[in-house]
Design a protein around this ligand. Structure first.
Ligand SMILES: Cc1ncc(COP(=O)(O)O)c(C=O)c1O
Ligand SMILES: C[C@@H](O)[C@H](N)C(=O)O
Length: 349
């Protein structure tokens, strides 16, 4: 019963097999191989748009390089106050953008509040050097607390960014989970709603180690090519990332994995709601479940083998924690089974 993170899950067997299958023979290196090109073309088909694609090793690299590619001296990227780029990337954005800053915007349940974003952006007077200057807006989809922006919410944030001539970045470490939750298409959830650049995550959804930056304006690609190399993120044997995405997209495995992961989260949430003395922090929309549990019961669950950990209450939460209660985060994955959920339910019942 490992609910600590989908980063704990292994690789899907089909992806592992494809990776091994790509091991033999020779292929041009550094992204110039036939498989690299075929997979990049596949990204274009999936997004229904001409794209430039850059494989990188981690979601942090994808986020930091995406925002750095729009960086300028005094640049500021706007993100949610509890965004991963703000709280869990060790200053990667600031470092790779040569000193760019992050400005946190509030909003309930992990989603940027458009009114707060508008007020923050309106405070910046062009060319007033002392304050620096906005360079990008970044949203996380699905968010760090398992919620999802609706298509209209993405469009509203994008409209604000565009009013200030800013690009919109989407941290899609869990892109597939959000996509199937909204039952929409990659095009509808990105460029058709004004998203300019995507950190496209595969690692948490069945890949060994496969992340990609997807750029809808190929004119910006040249900058990213140099930023990626300088960051040490250009794989020499990039065919092994391409092979993973080849299997990931084949027969819509990526969507099947995400649907399974989300459905396991819904089952886990139901088990929590049915359990005496436990309660959900909020309804999950993707593959992350947050629950309020007393310390003693959490300890018993962890002693029985359930891996999960406590999490700070999100901004805008109406939840109040009792003296011996904490909020805990549970993350499901393609590898979570119904037996895991049943075992958890039997322990909390
Ligand atoms: C929302 C979000 N974005 C980005 C990342 C970064 O991914 P990585 O840990 O591979 O750098 C994570 C990590 O799990 C994440 O949860
Ligand atoms: C750092 C931690 O939050 C990681 N991104 C996870 O989702 O497990």
């Amino acid at each position: 019963m490992f609910f600590a993170s989908d980063n704990w899950a292994g690789a899907h067997p089909a992806i592992a097999a494809r990776l091994s299958g790509a091991a033999g023979g020779f292929s041009a290196a550094y992204g110039d191989g036939d498989l690299d090109k075929a997979v990049c073309d596949r990204f274009g088909e999936i997004f229904e748009h001409e794209v430039a694609v850059f494989f990188v090793a981690t979601g942090t690299a994808a986020n930091a390089l995406s925002l750095a590619s729009y960086g300028k001296p005094g640049g500021i990227s706007f993100c949610h106050t509890q965004a991963h780029v703000m709280e869990d990337e060790c200053g990667a954005v600031e470092y790779l953008s040569g000193g760019g800053r992050l400005h946190g915007i509030g909003g309930a349940l992990g989603r940027i509040d458009p009114g707060e974003l508008e007020r923050a952006l309106d405070r910046f007077v062009p060319e007033f050097v002392h304050a620096g200057r906005p360079t990008a807006v970044s949203i996380t989809q699905s968010t760090e607390i398992g919620t999802v922006y609706s298509l209209d919410e993405i469009a509203a944030i994008s409209a604000l960014a565009k009013r200030h001539s800013l690009p919109l970045h989407l941290d899609g470490a869990r892109f597939a989970n959000a996509l199937v939750a909204l039952e929409t298409t990659p095009a509808e959830m990105t460029w058709k709603r004004g998203v300019d650049i995507v950190s496209f995550g595969g690692t948490k959804n069945g890949c060994w180690c496969a992340e990609a930056i997807v750029v809808f304006d190929p004119g910006r690609a040249r900058e990213l090519a140099f930023l990626r190399k300088r960051a040490g993120q250009l794989f020499s044997k990039s065919r092994f990332v391409a092979a993973q995405f080849d299997a990931y997209f084949r027969d819509d495995l990526w969507l099947e994995n995400a649907r399974h992961s989300n459905s396991m989260a819904a089952s886990l949430a139901a088990a929590i709601e049915a359990a005496p003395g436990l309660r959900l922090g909020w309804q999950p929309q993707a593959n992350e479940v947050f629950a309020v549990i007393t310390d003693d019961r959490a300890e018993k669950l962890q002693a029985a083998g359930a891996a999960f950990y406590d999490w700070p209450l999100p901004a805008g939460s109406t939840e109040t924690l009792g003296e011996n209660e904490k909020l805990y985060r549970f993350v499901t994955s393609f590898a979570t089974t119904a037996e895991d959920i049943d075992r958890f339910a039997s322990l909390v019942g």
